[in-house]
Design a protein around this ligand. Structure first.
Ligand code: GUN
Length: 294
């Protein structure tokens, strides 16, 4: 029987435990974590993500400081706002929603966020800490989507050590930190990407596949080894014909209908990795807050 990994439920449990932790902190010290959410411009997908992140943060008791800035905001203006958030004691986490408008250099902006307030775990110092730290992930600010994938993998209760893991995609946000997290679990990690030769053959040797490539249904059933675990990070909108009508449908990077017949466990799209990303953002913000109390 294939296990359908229920990201919605795992994320709900994580949010519940964060909410309880924040309630306890509030009654002990009278303070709650604060998260600044910065959006520049009006990219539709970003607006949806920012709304969902804000709503979830408020639900667990995090104070949200919202900065929705016009598209024409200059890099200097944005840097000034981040500088000011870096200096505000009531702000423990800063999230700048990506992508930023073309005239702003994303890396300069990410570098300007104080590493202790880096709710996304994208600052070079936190990227470096993730690759160096040999301990568990306690205290680290870790990119939210890959951390969510790791929590789902660990929740399966299978030994990760020694497993062949293939990560498809090499982005700074997902692929690279995912590989680091799996390496820390003593997996043998391969990162496949657009220039990789014979990707199907590489995937066929994987005990764990994490697909984060942004190509709808790229990973076919015959790419997957019997009883492999498949984590699908892709969120792709495609058009399908249903009863003579063209409709939009969300699909992952994995051909789910084929893969579910072969994998031992698989995440659906939607309802798999997606909800975990936001839950891990709340975890990072709470972690950053707790780090200030030490
Ligand atoms: N854009 C797409 N994913 C993310 C994310 O995880 N964090 C931020 N800040 N922007 C994103």
């Amino acid at each position: 029987m294939t296990t359908l990994i229920n990201g919605k439920e795992i994320a709900q449990n994580l949010r519940d435990s964060i909410k309880k932790e924040i309630e306890d902190l509030k009654s002990e010290i009278g303070k709650v974590p604060g998260l600044a959410v910065v959006q520049v411009g009006n990219v539709a997908a970003s607006s949806i993500y920012v709304k969902a992140k804000t709503k979830s943060a408020k639900e667990v008791g995090i104070d949200v400081i919202d900065h929705h800035l016009p598209e024409k905001t200059t890099q200097e203006e944005l840097l000034k706002i981040i500088q000011s958030l870096n200096n505000q004691d009531n702000v423990n986490g800063i999230l700048v929603q990506l992508p930023l408008p073309k005239h702003i250099n994303e890396q300069i902006i990410l570098d300007s966020i104080h590493p202790n307030k880096d709710a996304d775990g994208f600052h070079p110092l936190n990227v470096g800490k993730l690759s160096i730290a040999s301990n568990n992930n306690e205290n680290l600010l870790i990119p939210c989507t890959p951390y969510g994938c790791l929590i789902m993998l660990k929740g399966l209760g299978v030994e990760l050590s020694g497993k062949n893991a293939v990560v498809i995609g090499r982005s700074n946000i997902i692929g690279k930190p995912m590989a680091q997290l799996l390496l820390k679990e003593s997996c043998t990690v391969t990162i496949a990407h657009s220039k990789t030769k014979d990707i199907q053959n590489i995937c066929q040797k994987a005990d764990i596949i994490v697909a984060a490539v942004g190509v709808p249904k790229m990973v076919k059933g015959n790419w997957i080894q019997k009883d492999a675990i498949v984590i699908d990070v892709g969120i792709n909108r495609i058009e399908v014909e249903i009863e003579g009508e063209i409709k939009n449908k969300l699909v992952g990077d994995v051909n789910f209908d084929e893969a579910k017949l072969i994998a031992s466990a698989i995440t659906p799209v939607p309802g798999g990795v997606g909800p975990m990303t936001i839950a891990c953002l709340l975890r990072n913000t709470t972690m950053a807050f707790k780090n200030t109390l030490k």
